[in-house]
Design a protein. Structure first.
Length: 147
């Protein structure tokens, strides 16, 4: 079950592939994430030249601000844990024009915090309108069959 979800991801992007990833956090950040003090708005994933995968733009507010070091930055880059093969596949995929990697959700699995990231392609305005029309039509069909 997801603790935090990127609500605009499915509206703004077409999801091509999903991958589960671990994330490196401080102890007080883990408490903040479990209390849902995190935001994925505007967050994205990059792969640097050394092959490290980092989550940028994710905001984690501490659960107890008085117990946090003064130098703590809420939007600091956080390392994601992936296998070398997965990193290679993702780096090859994002070289295509229009493809990027974004976080879809953050959840707890067996006591660990996991991030579901996705390889996505940006939707254009008419694609977004088409998606909304399909949702409305499906909602109307469900409403008719419910009666």
């Amino acid at each position: 079950m997801a603790i935090i979800q990127n609500k605009k991801a499915y509206h703004n992007y077409e999801v091509l592939e999903k991958i589960e990833s671990g994330i490196v956090l401080f102890g007080f950040e883990v408490k903040g994430v479990r209390a849902a003090h995190m935001s994925l708005d505007g967050a994205y994933v990059i792969i640097d030249k050394a092959g490290k995968v980092q989550l940028l733009g994710a905001n984690i507010k501490p659960l107890q601000p008085e117990n946090v070091p003064a130098s703590y930055i809420e939007t600091r880059p956080r390392e994601l844990l992936l296998k070398k093969k997965q990193v290679k596949e993702l780096s090859d995929a994002i070289e295509q024009i229009g493809h990027t990697i974004i976080p879809l959700s953050v959840y707890s699995k067996e006591g660990l915090i996991k991030v579901e990231i996705a390889l996505v392609k940006g939707k254009r305005k008419f694609d977004k309108r088409e998606t909304l029309k399909k949702k409305d039509a499906q909602r109307e069909i469900d409403r008719v069959f419910k009666r």
